[in-house]
Design a protein around this ligand. Structure first.
Ligand SMILES: Cc1cc2nc3c(=O)[nH]c(=O)nc-3n(C[C@H](O)[C@H](O)[C@H](O)COP(=O)(O)OP(=O)(O)OC[C@H]3O[C@@H](n4cnc5c(N)ncnc54)[C@H](O)[C@@H]3O)c2cc1C
Length: 288
């Protein structure tokens, strides 16, 4: 295998929050075959194995992770055939949206500022500005629970708000997207407006993992957190952002425990004050 392997590797460098202990072993497969071989072999030998993309929606534990941590970013083929594109799970979603704009295809404007991989975006049904992955996805190639490679049409996948039925049930190897012909200049214009909105409203200058909580029906998590008095509150190196209360930022020394304590405090307080149970959008990865 050609993929890079590292032992006792800092998880901090594998996620946008820059948090986490050491991973016992990390593998960056260079292609789908290498990813599959290691994934299946770990399962066969009962070695703990986990797969991540850019780590932009996860909180890694301070205790670190045992077993094998696979990072998908090398599985990054991207093949265009007219308005359809077949993309490896590790390809950058933001890059794909830029590619689409350059080729004059519309449909991925919403994705320009989302810092994840295509695989992470599919399992999270990532979305913004009124669009989401489910609008443009037509098919996925997965490793299913039986360890078999399978192609699934979109009609066999259930999508919800920041979730889909593949989550924790399958490994996404590839996604096929269908876009529509559009005007490159207009597409670029929409993207730069979307990016500008993010720069104004999100604390992009500090490490974070995007929205911490999902928006409850008909309300915004940020509004509730701010109304409960948590904007700017700090525990250790972690702070509820002063720019957007649904973001927690790392001032350099934040631990997973600092972030978990903020999450727990917000969750309890919002429930007590407003009777709303906030659900997390970011995923805490348990060390066990
Ligand atoms: C500044 C900022 C802004 C953001 N804005 C948005 C936004 O507007 N909209 C939005 O939806 N999200 C947003 N996010 C969150 C995040 O970028 C998305 O959820 C993204 O899709 C996660 O992709 P990833 O590759 O980083 O996944 P990771 O964080 O690496 O993984 C997330 C989960 O997906 C699983 N996973 C990853 N790859 C695969 C795969 N190939 N097969 C199966 N499971 C897999 C992982 O095991 C994990 O459980 C933002 C994050 C940041 C930091």
């Amino acid at each position: 295998m050609k993929g890079r392997v590292e032992r006792q590797f800092p998880l901090k460098s594998l996620n946008t929050w820059r948090i986490g202990g050491l991973a016992e072993a990390v593998f960056w497969p260079e292609n789908e075959e290498e990813l599959m071989a290691v994934w299946l072999s770990c399962h066969e030998k009962e070695i703990p194995v986990r797969l991540f993309g850019r780590g932009s929606n996860v909180l890694f534990p301070d205790e670190g992770l045992t077993g094998v941590t696979i990072i998908s970013t090398g599985v990054a083929q991207c093949v265009w055939g007219g308005s359809q594109v077949r993309v490896g799970a590790g390809y950058s979603l933001a890059r794909l949206s830029q590619d689409a704009a350059e080729c004059g295809y519309t449909g991925l404007e919403f994705a320009r500022g989302i810092p994840g991989t295509v695989g992470g975006a599919i399992v999270m049904n990532a979305g913004a500005h009124g669009g989401s992955i489910q609008d443009v996805l037509v098919e996925v190639k997965i490793i299913n629970r039986e360890g078999k490679v399978e192609r699934l049409g979109k009609e066999h996948i259930e999508f919800g708000y920041r979730e889909c039925s593949l989550r924790d049930q399958a490994i996404v190897l590839e996604g096929v997207f269908c876009l529509k012909a559009g005007d490159s200049a207009t597409i670029r214009q929409i993207m730069s407006e979307n990016l500008a909105k993010r720069k104004v409203t999100q604390p992009l200058e500090l490490p974070n993992a995007g929205s911490v909580f999902r928006n409850p029906d008909g309300d915004s998590a940020g509004r509730l957190i701010e109304a409960a008095g948590w904007k700017g509150k700090t525990i250790g190196g972690a702070q509820v952002s002063l720019k957007h209360a649904n973001f927690i930022v790392n001032h350099g020394s934040a631990t997973a425990l600092d972030v978990l304590n903020l999450i727990h405090g917000i969750h309890t307080d919002v429930q007590t004050k407003f009777g709303v149970e906030l659900k997390t959008e970011v995923r805490y990865i348990s060390p066990n």
